[in-house]
Design a protein around this ligand. Structure first.
Ligand SMILES: C[S@@+](CC[C@H](N)C(=O)[O-])C[C@H]1O[C@@H](n2cnc3c(N)ncnc32)[C@H](O)[C@@H]1O
Length: 215
Protein backbone atom coordinates (compact mmCIF):
# COMPACT_ATOMS: atom_id res chain seq x y z
CA UNK A 1 0.00 0.00 0.00
CA UNK A 2 1.16 3.55 -0.71
CA UNK A 3 1.75 5.41 2.56
CA UNK A 4 2.86 8.74 1.12
CA UNK A 5 0.80 9.71 -1.94
CA UNK A 6 2.78 12.90 -2.62
CA UNK A 7 6.06 10.96 -2.62
CA UNK A 8 4.57 8.27 -4.89
CA UNK A 9 3.52 10.98 -7.35
CA UNK A 10 6.95 12.61 -7.32
CA UNK A 11 8.66 9.21 -7.77
CA UNK A 12 6.48 8.13 -10.70
CA UNK A 13 6.13 11.28 -12.76
CA UNK A 14 8.18 13.99 -14.39
CA UNK A 15 7.34 17.67 -14.13
CA UNK A 16 6.53 18.69 -17.69
CA UNK A 17 4.29 20.95 -19.77
CA UNK A 18 1.17 19.38 -21.31
CA UNK A 19 1.68 19.92 -25.07
CA UNK A 20 -1.53 21.87 -25.69
CA UNK A 21 -1.27 24.14 -22.63
CA UNK A 22 2.49 24.72 -22.24
CA UNK A 23 1.94 27.71 -19.94
CA UNK A 24 1.61 25.25 -17.06
CA UNK A 25 3.59 22.31 -15.73
CA UNK A 26 2.27 19.05 -14.32
CA UNK A 27 3.60 15.90 -12.70
CA UNK A 28 2.87 13.48 -15.54
CA UNK A 29 3.81 9.90 -16.26
CA UNK A 30 5.56 9.23 -19.56
CA UNK A 31 7.74 6.62 -21.22
CA UNK A 32 10.37 7.19 -18.51
CA UNK A 33 7.83 6.67 -15.68
CA UNK A 34 5.26 4.37 -17.33
CA UNK A 35 2.79 3.63 -14.50
CA UNK A 36 0.20 3.25 -17.26
CA UNK A 37 1.66 -0.15 -18.03
CA UNK A 38 0.71 -1.53 -14.59
CA UNK A 39 -2.04 -4.10 -14.92
CA UNK A 40 -5.27 -3.89 -12.93
CA UNK A 41 -3.91 -6.64 -10.68
CA UNK A 42 -0.65 -4.78 -10.05
CA UNK A 43 -2.57 -1.56 -9.31
CA UNK A 44 -4.76 -3.47 -6.82
CA UNK A 45 -1.70 -4.93 -5.08
CA UNK A 46 -0.23 -1.48 -4.35
CA UNK A 47 -3.65 0.05 -3.60
CA UNK A 48 -3.57 2.50 -6.50
CA UNK A 49 -6.78 3.37 -8.35
CA UNK A 50 -6.22 3.83 -12.14
CA UNK A 51 -3.90 6.86 -12.18
CA UNK A 52 -5.97 9.29 -14.27
CA UNK A 53 -4.11 12.13 -12.56
CA UNK A 54 -0.84 11.08 -14.25
CA UNK A 55 -1.98 12.08 -17.72
CA UNK A 56 -3.29 15.32 -19.25
CA UNK A 57 -6.36 14.02 -21.07
CA UNK A 58 -7.27 15.54 -24.42
CA UNK A 59 -10.55 16.97 -23.08
CA UNK A 60 -8.78 18.67 -20.18
CA UNK A 61 -5.99 20.00 -22.40
CA UNK A 62 -8.54 21.55 -24.77
CA UNK A 63 -10.46 23.12 -21.91
CA UNK A 64 -7.27 24.47 -20.33
CA UNK A 65 -6.26 25.98 -23.69
CA UNK A 66 -9.69 27.59 -24.05
CA UNK A 67 -9.60 29.17 -20.58
CA UNK A 68 -6.05 30.47 -21.07
CA UNK A 69 -7.08 32.03 -24.39
CA UNK A 70 -10.36 33.48 -23.05
CA UNK A 71 -9.48 34.97 -19.65
CA UNK A 72 -12.62 37.17 -19.79
CA UNK A 73 -14.63 33.99 -19.13
CA UNK A 74 -12.90 33.31 -15.82
CA UNK A 75 -11.47 36.58 -14.51
CA UNK A 76 -12.81 37.20 -11.00
CA UNK A 77 -15.11 34.17 -11.18
CA UNK A 78 -15.71 31.21 -8.88
CA UNK A 79 -14.83 28.11 -10.87
CA UNK A 80 -15.39 24.39 -10.24
CA UNK A 81 -13.20 21.89 -12.09
CA UNK A 82 -15.27 18.70 -11.89
CA UNK A 83 -13.32 15.42 -12.32
CA UNK A 84 -10.07 17.32 -12.03
CA UNK A 85 -7.53 14.48 -12.52
CA UNK A 86 -4.13 16.22 -12.52
CA UNK A 87 -5.89 19.55 -11.96
CA UNK A 88 -4.83 21.06 -15.29
CA UNK A 89 -8.17 22.79 -15.94
CA UNK A 90 -8.29 24.18 -12.39
CA UNK A 91 -4.73 25.50 -12.74
CA UNK A 92 -5.50 27.06 -16.14
CA UNK A 93 -8.58 28.75 -14.63
CA UNK A 94 -6.51 30.21 -11.82
CA UNK A 95 -3.72 31.33 -14.18
CA UNK A 96 -6.42 33.00 -16.31
CA UNK A 97 -7.53 35.06 -13.32
CA UNK A 98 -10.30 33.15 -11.51
CA UNK A 99 -10.96 34.47 -8.01
CA UNK A 100 -11.52 31.03 -6.47
CA UNK A 101 -11.12 27.55 -7.91
CA UNK A 102 -12.30 24.26 -6.43
CA UNK A 103 -10.96 21.06 -8.01
CA UNK A 104 -13.10 17.99 -7.36
CA UNK A 105 -12.30 14.36 -7.99
CA UNK A 106 -13.41 11.21 -6.13
CA UNK A 107 -9.87 9.79 -6.34
CA UNK A 108 -7.87 11.02 -3.34
CA UNK A 109 -4.64 10.67 -5.34
CA UNK A 110 -5.99 13.52 -7.48
CA UNK A 111 -5.94 15.65 -4.33
CA UNK A 112 -2.25 14.90 -3.83
CA UNK A 113 -1.55 15.48 -7.55
CA UNK A 114 -3.46 18.76 -7.46
CA UNK A 115 -1.47 19.93 -4.44
CA UNK A 116 1.85 19.12 -6.12
CA UNK A 117 0.78 20.63 -9.45
CA UNK A 118 -0.69 23.79 -7.90
CA UNK A 119 2.58 24.30 -6.02
CA UNK A 120 4.60 23.83 -9.22
CA UNK A 121 2.51 26.55 -10.90
CA UNK A 122 2.46 28.79 -7.81
CA UNK A 123 -1.33 28.92 -7.62
CA UNK A 124 -3.74 28.33 -4.78
CA UNK A 125 -6.57 25.86 -5.47
CA UNK A 126 -8.96 24.09 -3.10
CA UNK A 127 -9.72 20.38 -3.46
CA UNK A 128 -12.73 18.25 -2.50
CA UNK A 129 -12.90 14.46 -2.83
CA UNK A 130 -16.66 14.20 -2.22
CA UNK A 131 -18.89 12.77 -4.89
CA UNK A 132 -20.66 16.01 -5.80
CA UNK A 133 -23.07 14.05 -8.00
CA UNK A 134 -24.85 12.88 -4.84
CA UNK A 135 -26.37 16.34 -4.33
CA UNK A 136 -27.53 19.25 -6.49
CA UNK A 137 -24.59 21.13 -8.02
CA UNK A 138 -23.03 23.74 -5.70
CA UNK A 139 -23.26 27.39 -6.76
CA UNK A 140 -20.37 28.38 -9.04
CA UNK A 141 -20.12 30.96 -11.83
CA UNK A 142 -18.42 28.46 -14.12
CA UNK A 143 -18.26 24.67 -14.01
CA UNK A 144 -15.68 22.91 -16.20
CA UNK A 145 -15.51 19.19 -16.91
CA UNK A 146 -12.68 17.74 -19.01
CA UNK A 147 -12.99 14.29 -20.56
CA UNK A 148 -15.86 12.82 -18.58
CA UNK A 149 -17.72 10.86 -21.27
CA UNK A 150 -15.67 7.67 -21.46
CA UNK A 151 -18.17 5.46 -19.56
CA UNK A 152 -21.91 5.53 -20.18
CA UNK A 153 -23.33 5.54 -16.61
CA UNK A 154 -20.92 8.28 -15.55
CA UNK A 155 -21.47 10.34 -18.70
CA UNK A 156 -25.27 10.19 -18.35
CA UNK A 157 -25.16 11.11 -14.68
CA UNK A 158 -22.63 13.94 -15.06
CA UNK A 159 -24.37 15.48 -18.08
CA UNK A 160 -27.75 15.49 -16.28
CA UNK A 161 -26.09 17.07 -13.21
CA UNK A 162 -24.35 19.70 -15.35
CA UNK A 163 -27.68 20.52 -16.98
CA UNK A 164 -29.13 21.22 -13.52
CA UNK A 165 -26.18 23.55 -12.86
CA UNK A 166 -26.75 25.29 -16.19
CA UNK A 167 -30.48 25.70 -15.50
CA UNK A 168 -29.57 27.27 -12.15
CA UNK A 169 -27.46 29.89 -13.96
CA UNK A 170 -23.88 28.56 -14.06
CA UNK A 171 -21.83 28.63 -17.25
CA UNK A 172 -20.87 25.04 -18.08
CA UNK A 173 -17.95 24.04 -20.33
CA UNK A 174 -16.99 20.52 -21.34
CA UNK A 175 -13.84 19.41 -23.18
CA UNK A 176 -14.24 16.23 -25.19
CA UNK A 177 -12.27 14.39 -27.91
CA UNK A 178 -15.25 12.51 -29.34
CA UNK A 179 -15.63 9.92 -26.58
CA UNK A 180 -18.33 7.32 -27.18
CA UNK A 181 -20.89 8.76 -24.77
CA UNK A 182 -20.48 12.45 -25.54
CA UNK A 183 -23.78 13.90 -26.86
CA UNK A 184 -22.24 16.46 -29.26
CA UNK A 185 -25.63 17.39 -30.80
CA UNK A 186 -26.96 18.65 -27.47
CA UNK A 187 -24.12 21.11 -26.83
CA UNK A 188 -22.70 24.16 -28.60
CA UNK A 189 -19.17 23.79 -29.95
CA UNK A 190 -17.04 26.82 -29.04
CA UNK A 191 -13.65 25.67 -30.28
CA UNK A 192 -11.87 22.73 -31.86
CA UNK A 193 -8.23 21.83 -31.39
CA UNK A 194 -5.75 19.19 -32.54
CA UNK A 195 -4.48 17.94 -29.18
CA UNK A 196 -1.25 15.92 -28.95
CA UNK A 197 -1.65 12.83 -26.78
CA UNK A 198 0.00 9.42 -26.55
CA UNK A 199 -0.59 6.11 -28.34
CA UNK A 200 -0.05 4.36 -25.01
CA UNK A 201 -3.53 5.50 -23.96
CA UNK A 202 -5.31 6.71 -27.07
CA UNK A 203 -6.03 5.47 -30.58
CA UNK A 204 -4.29 8.45 -32.24
CA UNK A 205 -1.20 10.59 -31.51
CA UNK A 206 -3.29 13.71 -32.06
CA UNK A 207 -6.96 13.92 -31.15
CA UNK A 208 -9.46 16.36 -32.58
CA UNK A 209 -10.98 17.79 -29.41
CA UNK A 210 -13.79 20.24 -28.86
CA UNK A 211 -14.77 22.67 -26.15
CA UNK A 212 -18.53 22.78 -25.74
CA UNK A 213 -21.00 24.90 -23.79
CA UNK A 214 -24.37 23.93 -22.42
CA UNK A 215 -26.97 26.10 -24.19
C1 LIG B 1 -10.29 10.96 -17.99
S1 LIG B 1 -10.01 11.66 -16.40
C2 LIG B 1 -10.05 13.41 -16.78
C3 LIG B 1 -9.20 14.20 -15.83
C4 LIG B 1 -9.00 15.67 -16.20
N1 LIG B 1 -10.25 16.39 -16.22
C5 LIG B 1 -8.33 15.79 -17.56
O1 LIG B 1 -8.99 16.11 -18.56
O2 LIG B 1 -7.11 15.53 -17.62
C6 LIG B 1 -11.58 11.43 -15.59
C7 LIG B 1 -11.56 11.75 -14.09
O3 LIG B 1 -12.91 11.66 -13.60
C8 LIG B 1 -12.84 11.30 -12.24
N2 LIG B 1 -14.18 10.93 -11.77
C9 LIG B 1 -14.88 9.81 -12.04
N3 LIG B 1 -16.09 9.85 -11.43
C10 LIG B 1 -16.13 11.04 -10.74
C11 LIG B 1 -17.10 11.67 -9.90
N4 LIG B 1 -18.28 11.10 -9.61
N5 LIG B 1 -16.80 12.87 -9.35
C12 LIG B 1 -15.61 13.46 -9.62
N6 LIG B 1 -14.66 12.92 -10.41
C13 LIG B 1 -14.92 11.72 -10.96
C14 LIG B 1 -11.78 10.21 -12.25
O4 LIG B 1 -11.28 9.93 -10.96
C15 LIG B 1 -10.75 10.82 -13.20
O5 LIG B 1 -9.77 11.54 -12.49
Amino acid sequence: MIADRAQFIRDNTRLQAPPHAPELVLHLADEITPIWRLTEEELGEIGLPPPFWAFAWAGGQALARYLLDHPDLVRGKRVLDFASGSGLVAIAAKLAGAAYVLANDIDVFCGAALEANALANKVDIAFAADNLLDAPPPAFDLICAGDICYEKPMADQVLAWLQVARDAGAEVLVGDPGRSYFPRDRLIKLAEYQVPTTRELEDFEVKKTGVYAFA
